[in-house]
Design a binder for this molecule. Structure first.
Ligand code: 2IT
Length: 447
């Protein structure tokens, strides 16, 4: 296969699906060499099959806002690949959600889930609903309306959604309540990210951020360093940023910046536990303003409107917000200010030019599909607990998460080791995930 030829075909077929095309290009470039050493892959047209979702559901979601106005949104579920298990992946509620975005996320999810060592296929879904400024009641009505369509697409052995941007424990609760009413199925395993009293796993809310720090520790230990005593800049203040900030602080690092769509909060003396707790309040408020942190903690925080986390001098950058949130100019600024490591926690958080800049300038870089896989891995652990009707302790879940992140790091090293002894984590993660999915597809014939 030739990446350029496949990309030309996909560009002609899906013009304008920029996020999807970007995600596919990155993976194909990484795997092209190894793919071409396996004629059996080419014979079965593995790549051509892998870049197309198995199926896509699209539906109208109509609900009534607090003023009595009828509102209409679009919802989707993209079931991308089931070679290694039932479809698994989050739901995103964001005003910019589109089919292209969910195809990119579903494609990434397929390889990420393969890296977790657990039997989960890839999927993603969501809606172009904007949670910003919505009341609690509006959020509930939207989640219920969304589920009146989604319930027919999912099931504990078919497709198991969870949260993503704009969907946390509260939204999962409203959706689960409606699912039971419609389906008359009471199996808790149909969604993950549930509350701990009704089938949720301890540590699932923290898992993406904790896992990202375990991965970062692995990467640093390999070169004789540690996150301890280093300055960390984090973008975002949602669930993922929260878990990352908490674990980074526990490991002795100093989180010196968090950011939002409105600007950046610089925290020269490092984030405190009270401040990380407050991130949850900010997320639940639906105000989408990081300035609230500076208003609440004026002595520790300096807010700069319009600023980015990447403006603040740091050692380690952790993008935790949204795709393409870190571009080449940001990468240059990070380097100028002394940053030497970037672990991408958001899905496709860095632009390809930013990644190329990091790699060309000796800045350690690891991609989201490896770094953030602890979230979906812990969803997998939640499914196991649900299926066997047991609850593991926080310690048990944390140990399993830690073990999984170590093994993801090992896979990246195995497939990404370069002749000079360094590791190309982008190649490592893409090849490791790809080989597992491709092998499973081959075993299961032409379907
Ligand atoms: O991007 C992701 O891996 C998630 N949003 C979590 C998906 C999941 O099923 O837990």
């Amino acid at each position: 296969m030739k990446t350029t030829e496949i990309m030309a075909r996909l560009r002609a077929k899906y013009p304008g699906e920029v996020e999807y095309l970007q995600a596919v290009q990155e993976v194909l470039e990484s795997v092209e060499d190894i793919y071409n050493r396996h004629p059996e892959f080419e014979k079965a047209k593995i790549v051509e099959r892998m870049v197309e979702p198995d199926r896509v559901f699209s539906f109208r979601v109509t609900w009534v806002d607090d003023s009595g106005t009828v509102r209409t949104n679009t919802g989707w579920r993209v079931q991308f690949n089931s070679a290694i298990g039932p479809y698994k992946g989050g739901l995103r509620f964001h005003r910019s959600t589109s089919l292209s975005m969910l195809k990119f996320l579903g494609f990434e999810q397929t390889f990420k889930n393969a890296l977790t060592t657990l039997p989960m296929g890839g999927a993603k879904g969501g809606a172009d609903f904007d949670p910003k400024g919505k009341s609690e009641e509006e959020i509930m009505r939207f989640c219920q309306a969304f589920m009146t369509e989604l319930w027919q697409c999912i099931g504990p052995d078919q497709d198991i959604p969870a949260g993503d941007v704009g969907v946390g424990g509260r939204e999962i609760g409203y959706m689960y309540g409606m699912y039971k009413k419609l389906a008359r199925e009471y199996n808790t395993g149909v969604l993950t990210g549930k509350g701990v009293n009704w089938g949720g796993s301890i540590l699932r809310p923290q898992a993406t951020g904790y896992g990202a720090l375990y991965f970062t520790q692995n990467l640093l230990h390999r070169i004789g360093k540690d996150v301890k005593d280093h300055r960390i800049a984090i973008s975002g203040f949602g669930n993922v940023a929260w878990g990352a900030a908490e674990k980074a602080s526990q490991l002795g690092a100093k989180v010196i910046a968090i950011s939002g769509p409105d600007g950046v909060c610089e925290i020269p003396d490092g984030i405190t536990p009270e401040m990380t707790d407050y991130m949850l309040v900010m997320r639940a408020s639906n105000r989408d303003k990081v300035e609230d942190m500076a208003t609440k903690f004026p002595d520790r925080c300096k807010f700069t409107p319009g600023g980015k986390a990447w403006d603040i001098p740091c050692d380690i950058a952790l993008p935790c917000a949204f795709q393409n949130e870190l571009d080449e100019a940001d990468a240059r600024k990070l380097k100028e200010n002394g940053c030497w490591c970037c672990c991408e926690v958001s899905n496709m958080g860095c632009r390809p030019e930013a990644i190329a800049f990091f790699q060309a300038n000796g800045i350690l870089f690891a991609p989201g599909k490896a770094v953030n896989a602890g979230g979906v891995a812990t969803s997998g652990l939640e499914m196991t607990q649900n299926a066997s009707h047991i609850n593991w302790s926080g310690k048990e879940v944390d140990e399993k998460l830690h073990f999984i992140m170590n093994s993801i790091h090992e896979s990246c090293v195995k497939y990404g080791l370069q002749p000079d002894g360094s590791v190309d984590y982008v190649k490592g993660a893409n090849i490791a995930g790809f080989m597992k999915v491709a092998g499973a597809m081959l075993d299961q014939g032409i379907v």
